[in-house]
Design a protein. Sequence first.
Length: 91
Amino acid sequence: MMDSKKSITCECEANTIELTFHHSMPPELVNKVFCPQCQQKGYKSPKSWPIPGDWRLHFDLEIARMFAMAKLKIDPQLVNPGFIIDGGYVD
Ligand SMILES: [Zn+2]
């Protein structure tokens, strides 16, 4: 199992966060991030998921579902943001 790290700049471009992806989940899993200032500046973050530090992550669920099906052999319909966070795939 390999962990990978990826730095992503938020939508307002003021901040960058380094995320770690676990259990061989591809970093493409996260396609947008929102820092606390993004929200104050009015960048909408629909369907994004809160993480500690008042950041929000937006997932590419197609990537997550393909990964689940191909690598974990589980029903892709079970994959949602809660599955990703609770499963410890990214932090
Ligand atoms: Zn921002």
